[in-house]
Design a protein around this ligand. Structure first.
Ligand SMILES: [Zn+2]
Ligand SMILES: [Zn+2]
Length: 391
């Protein structure tokens, strides 16, 4: 098999595994092989491994694996943080070793040796900022201020107490079982950051996502420009048209140019595909979180709204069905109506179509600019929050 086909297969396989692992649970992949691969990678493979261990080593082997799982998934631990640093450091190192020889090139100035380092440095700083910043822990001292800053909507948040912290639970907060604390405006616990994403560090988290998306786009474009510069410097197009007599058109030249690039710069191609795939995934993730920020919702609340809407819909459906049944029974016992024509019965609406649609009435959504302002300047960092302390 030619080297370029091995590279193409490798790229496709990497893309398939990454997309399945990270996005396989999305509704668009429902009942597809991508969902099956996602299940295998996230649950199935581990399940088989656990069964294999208990088959070979008995309950001791199984318990050892379960305690490792508890340490890795249910307790704060820096495994994924180290993994992130290894990925970003490793990728930058490989790029520096394999591609910095081509800088400065025909299309890239020498300054990119330094700006790339600076860009990676800013990325790591944002990572550290998100990882080690205070997410907005609710405790006995500040709970009163949090209660007044985040009023209950009495829809998805009602007055409650945290059974672990033994303090009232302000609206939008959640007790993180991994960090063992209540966090205000809780979004999610991020394993990569080994920290909760809450009201105070959502801004750093968003900056982290946006910066890493731009960083991957920068890397992809820089490699494209390196390769384009090499084509120019080696006069590849000229050689192909003059010496080999290929027609000077895009379609006749493209396959030969691709073949030359794949043969001579396979490491750069691999890096470029890797960065492009990661940038697409980051774009999706950033887009999802940006939508949440703009509508002043959190990941935690999207689940609550989903549960609330499906419960309300079921109740309404049951009410409408009961009313329809009651009407039919009273029709049977009361006056006999003339029989309905078949056509009329065919076009008559199902009683379930009368079910009232539940709308998401998010009282925390105060408009585009106000919502973004709340991310950049969290309520607990404002003067009004501190003033209520002295009340
Ligand atoms: Zn708590
Ligand atoms: Zn947490």
């Amino acid at each position: 098999m030619d080297v370029q086909w091995i590279l193409v297969c490798h790229g496709c396989l990497t893309l398939l595994v990454l997309v399945s692992f990270l996005c396989g649970q999305w509704p668009i992949f429902q009942n597809t092989f991508i969902e099956k691969i996602h299940y295998f990678l996230t649950v199935g493979a581990y399940d088989y491994f656990l069964r294999f261990m208990s088959y070979v080593f008995g309950s001791k082997g199984r318990n050892a694996i379960l305690s490792v799982e508890y340490f890795c998934c249910d307790r704060p631990n820096p495994t994924l943080q180290a993994f992130y640093l290894a990925i970003i450091g490793g990728t930058y190192y490989i790029i520096a070793v394999t591609s910095f020889d081509y800088i400065p090139g025909y299309y890239l100035s020498e300054s990119h040796r330094y700006t790339s380092f600076l860009a990676v440095g800013v990325g790591v700083v944002l990572f550290l900022l998100t990882s080690f910043s205070e997410p907005g822990t609710v405790n006995a001292e500040n709970v009163t201020q949090y209660l007044s800053a985040y009023p209950y909507d009495n829809i998805i948040f009602t007055e409650k107490q945290c059974t672990t912290c033994k303090i009232p639970k302000p609206a939008r907060s959640k007790h993180c079982s991994i960090c063992d604390r209540c966090v205000a405006r809780f979004d999610h616990h991020c394993g990569w950051m080994n920290n909760c994403i809450g009201e105070k560090n959502t801004r750093y988290f968003m900056a982290f996502l946006l910066w890493h998306f731009l960083l991957c786009v920068y890397g992809t474009i820089a490699i494209v420009l390196i390769l384009a510069g090499q084509l120019k410097e080696f006069k590849v197009i000229h050689i192909l048209t003059v010496y080999y007599g290929f027609e000077n058109s895009f379609f006749s030249l493209a396959p030969h140019v691709v073949q030359w690039v794949l043969g001579a710069y396979n490491t750069q191609i691999l890096l470029m595909v890797f960065l492009a795939v990661i940038s697409l995934l980051l774009a999706g993730f950033f887009g999802y979180h940006a939508h949440l920020c703009i509508t002043n919702t959190t990941t935690n609340e999207t689940f609550k709204w989903k549960d609330y809407i499906s419960l309300k819909m079921k109740i309404n459906e049951a009410k409408v069905s009961a009313a329809a049944l009651k009407a039919r029974i009273s029709g049977m016992t009361g006056e006999t109506k003339p029989p309905e024509s078949k056509w009329k019965a065919f076009f008559r609406k199902s009683p379930l179509e009368d079910v009232e649609v539940i709308v998401k009435d998010n009282i925390y959504d105060k408009g585009f600019f106000s919502n973004l302002n709340e991310i950049a300047f969290p309520l607990s960092t404002r003067r009004s929050f501190l003033v209520s302390k002295s009340d």
